[in-house]
Design a protein around this ligand. Structure first.
Ligand SMILES: Cc1cc2nc3c(=O)[nH]c(=O)nc-3n(C[C@H](O)[C@H](O)[C@H](O)COP(=O)(O)OP(=O)(O)OC[C@H]3O[C@@H](n4cnc5c(N)ncnc54)[C@H](O)[C@@H]3O)c2cc1C
Length: 659
């Protein structure tokens, strides 16, 4: 019998969630008070889950490694959050959001989950507005929308270029309220380093107090992993420097299957790599593709300044190749198209690994509109430009400032230079419809789960999914499990399972210090990142992936023989934190390559060079690969593949086309 059961409710797609909600077992209020829930993570997924569960009456403990829940990586999200409100009256609906997401994910996600996501998307916006999140508004007061890739409607709600920050402040306020009421105990600067299981169920965690170095044991009737994505396995990514896979990886090693680990999103709109000493890449939000036009010179190795190249000598290659969606094709398509142009020798900048993102046309268009609005006659070109710049500044000002600070170039005068970079991971802990992993009582939410995005996430859908999971899904689905746990008294943390788990963590820390090798943790992380980017990045093939697996195995051995971890265990020691995280990244990197190797098709962000159409588009093989790959941990470097078949009753898979 299969070890995985997605537990998708019976019934028609439109009725599944509403019927489920009306029939899911509940926990009565007095029982909720004696049930403890551990939430690892305080980003949008964790903070929304912790505050909502506490509001319902559960006793919640919430953990994060930053000094404040407010500093979770979610704060970095710039562009926006999707919802099927149809405020624009441009044809949007729950069904269209569902359809766009299944298609955008290249038919590798579950219909039932995606439909639920589309259904609750509207509730999220209402919830956030009620919290006071300052989403952008039109002049008349209605919430404003803009476009994101992979759609032909405007359904993205935003707060300038700081949507994640504002949404997180909303979720954080709810969390703080519950902390103030004593319903949530917050453990900042704590890192979860092990999941404790008793008789096959998740019953707690071991966490390290990052200030004192002390190991702590915490009991919970259920544990929620909301620890974000693992893009930093590539070393260079747009993720926050601290984002890591440790919580998810420890859960995996305790029995939680890992879903679709190779599905990584490469975002087309990032500031290009500038040298070997860089430790971070910066995203220029996808929202910029609303107004920016992407191009390269038609002539190879054109040395002229961008502004000196006349329009007819520019190749607006996305508009040329994909006239229906133009610059707003999904990220996987836009990234590959940029790589194709640069590999063919048309790249710009010193490295020649960049393309232009140009706002000149938008500045002129907006300028002309403003002149008309203001009733100015005979405006000069300079006046038009000035008014156009004002409009662009209002929409994207903070992003333009950021670009200028990093590159020293003024994007109002000169097109930005951009190139794809690792940004998001669609893979993650495998979960069923209830968001439960294969370990009973252990859940995964937000970017940490393998999520609803299939092989490619559409822009502005991660915030939607994280908040859907936390505010609207887990509060119901967790009842299905906890209603059977009401007779379980809090288990003492003196239980042998807690002692054993703590000893395991202690041994790993001692082992790391005992190596006293010659290379820093970063040295190994960089090496891993290079292998991953070169062989499991934007394009993958059998030879490269096979080599990568061998190289990563060798790197793992070298790490455990030669890493140097400075300082001691009983103090604030970021080097020790990094060492543990990089050790986990190395193991995960190996699994990612194994997953990419077995998936001998191209789909979404996973581009196998052996499987492409004549015009270079990703070519799926639905007959053989229409499944979720769920990997079971079997010991270091050993994993067993389980397959969850994907059935499409409503949206029928076809070759994705944005032409
Ligand atoms: C630059 C950038 C811009 C983006 N813009 C958008 C956008 O406009 N729209 C959109 O939809 N998506 C966007 N995304 C994606 C989106 O921001 C993320 O997918 C989302 O915020 C993830 O939220 P999360 O709650 O799952 O995880 P995170 O916000 O990453 O939070 C993880 C939490 O887990 C905690 N944690 C992790 N490990 C441990 C551990 N071992 N012990 C204790 N605590 C732990 C952390 O402290 C943190 O609190 C963007 C991503 C990037 C990188």
């Amino acid at each position: 019998m299969s070890k995985i059961d997605s537990k998708i409710p019976e019934g028609s797609l439109e009725e599944k969630w509403s019927k489920y909600r009306s029939s899911v077992p509940l926990v009565n209020p007095s029982n909720k008070r004696s049930i403890e829930i551990i939430v690892v993570g305080s980003g949008l997924a964790g903070a929304s889950a912790a505050s909502t569960l506490a509001e319902l009456g559960y006793k919640v403990k919430c953990f994060c490694f930053q000094d404040s829940p407010r500093r979770a990586h979610s704060i970095a999200a710039q562009g926006g959050i999707n919802a099927a409100k149809n405020y624009q009256n441009d044809g949007d609906s729950t069904f269209r959001l569902f359809y766009d997401t299944v298609k955008g994910g290249d038919y590798r996600s579950r219909e039932a989950n995606v439909y639920r996501l589309a259904e609750v998307s509207s509730n999220i916006i209402d919830q956030c507005v009620a919290q006071g999140v300052p989403l952008a508004r039109e002049y008349g007061g209605l919430l404003s929308n803009r476009s994101f890739g992979g759609t032909q409607v405007q359904r993205t709600f935003y707060a300038a270029g700081q949507t994640g920050q504002q949404l997180l402040l909303g979720a954080y306020s709810s969390l703080e309220r519950q902390i103030g009421l004593g319903n949530v105990t917050m453990y900042s600067r704590h890192e979860m380093l092990e999941v404790v299981t008793i008789e096959g169920k998740a019953r707690g965690i071991i966490a390290r107090d990052l200030i004192s170095g002390k190991l702590e044991r915490h009991f919970g009737h259920a544990v929620l992993i909301c620890s974000g994505g693992y893009g930093n396995v590539f070393y260079l990514s747009t993720n926050a420097m601290g984002s890591n896979a440790t919580a998810a990886w420890k859960a995996h090693k305790q029995g939680a299957f890992f879903g679709n680990p190779c599905f990584t999103q490469i975002h087309p709109t990032c500031i290009p790599v500038s040298g070997d000493h860089q430790s971070k890449l910066t995203l220029m939000s996808e929202s910029l593709r609303n107004d920016g036009r992407i191009w390269v010179p038609k002539q190879k190795d054109d040395k002229r300044k961008a502004v000196d190249i006349p329009d007819e000598e520019r190749d607006y290659y996305l508009e040329r190749r994909y006239p229906a969606f133009g610059n707003l094709v999904p990220r996987d398509v836009a990234s590959r198209a940029a790589k194709e142009r640069c590999d063919a020798g048309y790249g710009v900048g010193n490295s020649k690994m960049a393309v232009y993102l140009d706002f000149a046309a938008a500045i002129e268009r907006y300028g002309k509109q403003q002149i008309l609005k203001l009733g100015i006659d005979n405006a000069s070109a300079g006046e038009i430009r000035k008014h156009g710049i004002d409009v662009v500044k209002e929409k994207y000002g903070n992003l333009f400032d950021m670009y200028k600070q990093i590159t020293g170039e003024n994007p109002y005068e000169m097109p930005m230079r951009i190139y794809p970079a690792v940004h998001y991971t669609m893979g993650g802990l495998w979960v069923d419809y209830n968001l439960m992993t294969t370990v009973p009582g252990l859940y995964a939410l937000g970017e940490a789960n393998f999520s609803d995005h299939g092989a490619n996430r559409l822009g502005a859908s991660a915030l939607m999914q994280g908040l859907a999971d936390g505010y609207f899904v887990i509060p119901y689905t967790i009842g299905a499990y906890l209603s059977n746990e009401i007779r379980v008294k809090a288990i003492s943390t003196d239980h042998e399972a807690f002692v054993a788990a703590e000893n395991k963590v202690k041994e790993t820390i001692e082992k790391l210090f005992a190596i006293k090798g010659t290379h820093s943790v970063d040295h190994f992380h960089k090496k891993l990142g290079k292998i991953m980017w070169d062989k499991c990045g934007m394009a993958r093939n059998e030879k490269g992936l096979t080599e990568a697996i061998g190289e990563i195995r060798a790197l793992r051995e070298e790490f455990w023989k030669d890493v140097r971890v400075t300082g001691t265990a009983n103090e604030f020691n970021p080097e020790l934190e990094k060492a543990g995280r990089v050790a986990d990244f190395i193991e995960l990197g190996e699994l990612m390559c194994m997953d990419a190797l077995q998936r001998k098709e191209s789909c979404g962000g996973h581009f196998r060079e052996e499987s492409q159409t004549e015009d270079g588009e990703a070519k799926r093989d639905d007959g053989k690969f229409s499944f979720v790959a769920a990997w079971e941990y079997k010991g270091t470097g050993s994993f067993e593949l389980h397959k969850e078949a994907l059935n499409f009753d409503v949206v029928h898979p076809s070759q994705r086309s944005y032409k």
